[in-house]
Design a binder for this molecule. Structure first.
Ligand code: C2E
Ligand code: MG
Ligand code: MG
Length: 868
């Protein structure tokens, strides 16, 4: 069904729709602006137009219906449907106290049986009458005819709430407030729209809201469309509101869903998240931390410890793993250095050995050795020298080991021509086909350089040994290589021959026997560790010896990347443990403090709970942090809904809110709509975290004030006529004769022949005459003047004089006004009543009240006598 707001129906189509029962009721929720709860729904009629298939809103049919009087049927159908519906919703948890607002038309009030019908229909629907709000517009009231006031009074007597709708839109609004007894006003949306606008009309709209609040009736703001409307209304203390911001009018199904959801409507979210507010009190029975509260931190601490232990274990095993892998990486590195150096040595010596072997087989060398001819030997050695640039020197020996020649030709007499004493160095060469690399020996050279020699036997074609060729290699080259490796890699490198003698060593220890057991065991190549040291061993094939590389274990491992510093890891784990311990310690302290706070809160809660005085505890901005049960009962809402609201949204005051120790009067509109008068006593407190807080004790003075008003009225007002009595007159007279006051007249009036009215026509007639006189006198003077009835038919007035008028003139004017009324009174025909006056000037001659009264009395009786 489409909604056709703009559609206007013809009278005929309207009548048809009514006849066919095509009335649909929509409901617009009315909210408590403080709690966000739905307090009422307004039933709004729509007609279903079968021709267009659309739902038509009141603007499209209401006027013709009102003119034809058919609106009575519409309103009856709306009330019947809505009352049944709302009675059902009141069975929902969120609808328990839901009220129904219905709109009435003038024609409805024409029917004196309306209250009766209201009662029957709501009873049939199961809806109590005090849940019904009757909305009347100003237009309706302006057209009220005979009996309308009576109908309204009866509706009110049944318990209905009579509300003035669209308040403020007509000129007569204030007048109606005076004439009719209303329970509520709905401020028209044409005012609400200015709230929070900052525009020139905002002040006017605010004043209207304040005025309505001051009437002590329910105040509902209509047409709330923007969040700033809500903010302003809350600030002003307007309790109820309705408008598109919260919800448009909805069909019954949608409104039912809204009630069931029981959610805060858009725009009415609480000003603060209540969860953010620290609670001063807690729910009884949970003063000790729950098992969960106690266990959670412990379990967490346990988990963190476990994680730290795992981290530590991982670090430790990681460290072991890393250690092993680092050691192996270091060993690999040493092995690589070792084989690299060994290859270098092999190359150097191998080349020399090959050259020497080849050379020993040459005929020229053989001939030179056999001949002993120095020239031939020179030639032979020169040929060898050109073949092996590596050689430091070369020499020839005969088969017995006597050196025949040496090249380069530094003829060293100690060497050439002598038997070489260490003959065994070349002997192995005799048994081998290839060159033989000897043990190192010190060659007697000028610089005493250590050298190694390569020897090969020189054989004749029959294979007999004729002599030996020996090439020596300065070890300084290899030694420099070992030292370079040491500088580059930081490792010690040693070349040893097959007997274990050191031939070259990066540390300079040459010629010594190495004690390395593995070398002695003859292991070819190995890389392993021995306690603090790591080493690698490679065979140097050219000399049948080994090359040894070794390094301190930690230094070797430290040169390899990728390890975790165990110290750092230990530090991290240590700090972690310390943190856990600290956490556990502070958590225990925190829990102790929390428990203390809970206990003191519970203590405060029990005091607040036990006190019958309603109490709201707020922060300095007036946001409620805590309320007790008595406050919730007074305001008619659950305790929890008060938290986060402002105190000002519940208390309307024209006084300045008090400071610490002070008090102010305020009006409270309760959730159920009662208007209570409270005296608010204010005390400043310190909150749980040291923050300043404010305690508001609300003393409900409504009964007291009502009783006081009643007693005061009884003691000062004449019950029959409603004018002042003798006590009030005395007060007024005393005030008027006080020094410095402007001149006043005391006027005394007495009715002549009044007794005859009572005697002849009865006391009711007498009473009506007295009331008529009181009315005319009240109308004839200023509001500040006093009219009192002091005896049966005796009236006394205290009237302020202007400069030009004397008391006698005033007295005469009053007399003639009263006489006019008496003459026009319906009973005047039967018993003509007259009036006599006497007067006196108040003030100038300093007479006291009694004297003045006596004087006026005398003058009045004089006048009476004269009239007779
Ligand atoms: P109302 O009683 O003052 O009802 C409020 C009207 O204002 C509704 O219009 C509603 O839809 C509208 N309204 C509510 N909130 C907002 C808002 O935030 N912004 C704006 N712009 N409008 C808002 P609707 O339903 O068209 O009713 C118009 C009038 O027709 C009612 O004014 C009421 O006087 C009358 N009416 C409605 N239903 C009935 C009924 O069953 N019987 C009688 N006699 N009169 C009815
Ligand atoms: Mg209305
Ligand atoms: Mg309205």
């Amino acid at each position: 069904m489409a909604s056709g707001a703009a559609q206007t129906l013809t009278a005929e189509r309207i009548a048809r729709a009514l006849e066919q029962g095509d009335v649909v009721v929509h409901y617009q929720p009315c909210y408590d602006l403080r709690t966000g709860e739905i307090v009422a729904v307004e039933a709004l009629a729509r007609l279903f137009d079968r021709d267009s298939g659309e739902l038509v809103e009141p603007a499209g049919f209401l006027e013709p219906l009102e003119e034809s009087g058919l609106v009575v049927h519409l309103d009856e159908m709306v009330l019947a449907a809505a009352a049944t519906q709302v009675a059902q919703w009141r069975r929902l948890p969120a609808g328990e106290r839901l009220c129904l607002a219905v709109n009435l038309s003038p024609a409805d009030l024409d029917d004196p049986m309306l209250p009766q019908r209201f009662r029957e229909m709501t009873e049939a629907a199961g809806l109590p009458l005090d849940a019904v709000i009757v909305e009347l517009t100003e237009t309706l009231l302006s057209r009220t005819g005979q009996g309308h006031e009576q109908v309204l009074a009866e509706l009110a007597a049944l318990g209905c709430n009579v509300t003035l709708d669209d308040f403020g839109t007509g000129n007569a609004s204030f007048d109606y407030l005076r004439r009719f007894r209303v329970d509520g006003v709905k401020i028209d949306r044409s005012f609400v729209q200015f709230l929070g606008s900052g525009g020139p009309h905002e002040r006017m709209a605010e004043s209207l809201v304040r005025f309505c609040l001051s009437l002590g009736v329910h105040v509902v703001a209509e047409g709330i469309e923007r969040p700033q409307h809500v903010t302003a209304l809350r600030r002003l203390g307007c309790p109820f509101g309705q408008g598109f911001l919260m919800s448009r009018p909805l069909d019954a199904v949608a409104l039912g869903t809204l009630l069931r959801e029981d959610r805060l409507p858009p725009g009415l979210a609480h000003p603060v998240d209540r969860a953010d507010l620290p609670a001063l009190t807690r729910v009884p029975g949970t003063t000790e931390p729950s098992v969960l509260e106690r266990l959670v931190p412990r379990v967490l601490a346990g988990l963190v410890s476990l994680v730290l232990v795992l981290v530590a274990a991982i670090v430790v095993t990681g460290r072991a793993d890393t250690d092993a892998s680092l050691t192996s990486a270091a060993e690999n590195r040493l092995e690589a250095i070792d084989s690299l150096a060994a290859r270098g040595v092999d190359l150097r010596l191998g080349g020399l050995a090959d050259a020497v072997t080849t050379f020993s087989r040459s005929g020229a060398v053989r001939r030179a050795v056999v001949s002993g001819d120095p020239d031939q030997m020179d030639l032979a050695l020169a040929a060898l020298g050109s073949a092996t640039t590596n050689a430091y020197n070369t020499s020839l020996y005969d088969a017995s080991g006597t050196m025949l020649d040496l090249a380069p030709p530094q003829r060293d007499p100690q060497v050439v021509g002598q038997n070489f004493s260490f003959r065994e160095w070349y002997r192995p060469a005799s048994r081998r086909d290839t060159a033989y690399v000897s043990q190192a020996y010190q060659l007697m050279t000028p610089d005493h350089t250590w050298a190694i020699a390569v020897a090969a036997a020189v054989r004749d074609p029959g294979g007999r040994i004729r002599g030996y060729v020996v090439a020596t290699l300065a070890l300084s080259g290899i030694q420099a290589e070992m030292e370079a490796i040491f500088r580059q890699y930081g490792v010690a490198v040693t070349v040893v021959d097959r007997h274990g003698t050191t031939l070259a060593d990066s540390g300079g220890q040459v010629g010594v026997m190495t004690k390395d057991p593995r070398l002695l065991r003859g292991r070819a190549a190995d890389a392993t560790g021995d306690g603090d040291r790591l080493w690698a061993v490679s065979e140097v094939s050219a000399i049948g010896g080994w090359l040894l590389v070794e390094q301190d274990r930690d230094a070797a491992v430290g040169t390899v990347d990728g390890g975790t510093d165990p110290l750092l890891a230990g530090l991290v784990v240590g700090i972690g443990f310390v943190l856990v311990l600290l956490w556990l310690a502070t958590d225990a302290r925190r829990r102790r403090l929390k428990a203390d706070l809970r206990r003191s809160n519970a203590w405060l809660a029990s005091i607040l709970g036990a006190t019958p005085t309603p109490v709201l505890v707020s922060d300095t901005e007036g946001r409620v942090h805590q309320a007790n049960v008595a406050a919730a009962e007074l305001l008619g809402v659950p305790v929890h809904t008060l938290r986060g609201q402002t105190v000002g949204s519940w208390l309307t005051t024209r006084d300045q809110p008090a400071t610490d120790g002070g008090a102010f009067s305020a009006t409270v509109v309760t959730r159920s709509g009662d208007v209570r008068l409270v005296e608010v006593q204010v005390r400043d407190l310190t909150g749980p975290n040291g923050e300043p807080m404010r305690l508001h004790a609300l003393v409900d003075v409504t009964p007291h004030r009502e009783e006081q008003d009643r007693l005061r009225a009884q003691s000062r007002v004449d019950p029959l006529t409603g004018v002042a009595n003798r006590i009030a007159l005395q007060e007024a007279l005393a005030a008027a004769s006080a020094p410095g006051r402007s001149p006043h007249a005391l006027v005394m009036l007495d009715l002549d022949r009044f007794k005859s009215v009572n005697d002849d026509l009865g006391h009711a007639a007498g009473d009506s005459v007295l009331c008529a006189v009181a009315d005319v006198l009240t109308d004839a003077v200023q509001p500040d003047d006093t009219v009192a009835r002091v005896g049966g038919d005796e009236f006394v007035l205290v009237v302020r004089l202007d400069e030009r008028t004397s008391h006698t003139v005033v007295a005469e004017r009053l007399r003639s006004r009263v006489q006019e009324v008496l003459d026009a009174h319906p009973f005047a025909l039967h018993v003509p009543v007259g009036v006599s006056v006497g007067s006196a000037a108040v003030g100038p001659d300093g007479r006291d009240a009694d004297e003045l009264l006596r004087l006026a009395d005398v003058r009045m009786y004089d006048a009476k006598r004269r009239r007779r």
